[in-house]
Write a protein that binds this ligand. Sequence first.
Ligand code: AMP
Length: 125
Amino acid sequence: MSYDDQNIFAKILRGEIPCDKVYEDDHALAFNDIAPQAPVHVLVIPKGPYVSMADFSANGSDAEIAGFFRAVGTVARQLGLDEPGYRTIANHGRDAHQEVPHLHVHIFGGRSMRGMIPKPKPENG
Ligand code: AMP
């Protein structure tokens, strides 16, 4: 699981590509998803080069992990989502259809979200 430093979120972190930033601290950057799937759809990414949750949880330092997850909660709170509620998702790998190989936590909010995950298609279970 090697990190590709040409992935789009690495370019955003380096300032080579713009983003619609909503939050930044020493450990994390948060920005609006370019193709929102809810009224609020924000991505929170760690500043270090981690492919996914599998990589980060195994190789991130305690400070990076604590700082990142505190940032996820802070972003949601600052977006006013603590009271109505929100959903977080972090896709890892093929089965989860991870598209960008830099860890990102999606924060979805602003509407009721029934159903935990999509139902399986009959042909592939
Ligand atoms: P995932 O399938 O979990 O890897 O999700 C990748 C997400 O990144 C998708 O929701 C995309 O809409 C989003 N995305 C891709 N490129 C950008 C970008 N340049 N700025 C903001 N969001 C992006």
